[in-house]
Ligand binder design. Structure first.
Ligand code: FMN
Length: 217
């Protein structure tokens, strides 16, 4: 049996070097700082810099979380797309309060967003769907995300069937595929530091305005 504890202790974190983060220079709106950090992550060729954790709660108040792809960011809003029939879709219908978490390890940066998720509209949802690859559309068209899969062969057969449908009718959309926006209520930026004097800046929305403060690391 491997000694997992020893192995984990031998691993390093916050090795850096990381950029200096000057909290006194942050913009008034967290969206601006997020976009700045996102582009730095893209320019540094971090793998899947647009992958994030979406946390929800189920009907019993039990937390749930999974990775999703960020689809857009506009002023105070972060976007993702999924099936409203999935587990998370059902959870969102009952409780739209969510958290989004980004971690860009090579930059030592984490961003945490909390807010309210809502379905955008059919036009934007369909647009998102049609921009997906043929395979991604075929999988979404099956429409059984998060249901129990009893027989792998059933998936193989229906996948081929849906691929053919998408190729035959490239404008077909899945009506349950939704683009959601998360209207942010607070956003925290964390810049790791090799000496562990990590810098944390938290923004809180006050109506149309944002207030920011420093947090102890
Ligand atoms: C890198 C990555 C990106 C993903 N992006 C999406 C996405 O954009 N939309 C989606 O519905 N599922 C995406 N998934 C799958 C989800 O993590 C999850 O397995 C699926 O949505 C079912 O979640 P649920 O059972 O909580 O509803 C992604 C998974 C990974 C690992």
């Amino acid at each position: 049996m491997r000694n997992v504890n020893d192995t984990l202790r031998s691993l390093t974190s916050f090795t850096g070097p990381f950029s200096e983060f000057h909290p006194e220079d942050v913009p008034g709106n967290p969206t601006e700082l997020f976009i700045e950090w996102l582009y730095e992550a893209i320019e540094k060729r971090i793998q899947e810099p647009h992958a994030m954790t979406l946390s929800t709660v189920d009907k019993h108040g039990v937390p749930d979380a999974r990775t999703l792809i960020l689809k857009n960011v506009t002023r105070n809003k972060w976007f993702f797309a999924t099936s409203c029939k999935s587990q998370k879709g059902k959870q969102l219908e009952l409780n739209p309060r969510v958290a989004l978490t980004f971690y860009w390890s090579e930059l030592g940066r984490q961003v945490r967003i909390r807010g309210i998720a809502s379905v955008t509209n059919k036009k934007l949802s369909d647009k998102d769907f049609l921009e997906r690859s043929v395979n991604a559309r075929a999988i979404a068209l099956i429409g059984r995300q998060s249901e129990e899969l009893i027989d792998q062969n059933e998936l193989d057969d229906v996948f081929i069937e849906k691929q053919e449908i998408v190729k035959r009718d490239p404008l077909i959309v899945a009506p349950y595929w939704h683009l959601y926006s998360v209207f942010a209520e607070d956003v925290e930026f964390f810049q790791g530091n090799t000496h562990r004097k990590n810098v944390r800046v938290k923004y809180e929305r006050k109506g149309e305005q944002w207030a920011s403060k420093l947090l102890w690391p």
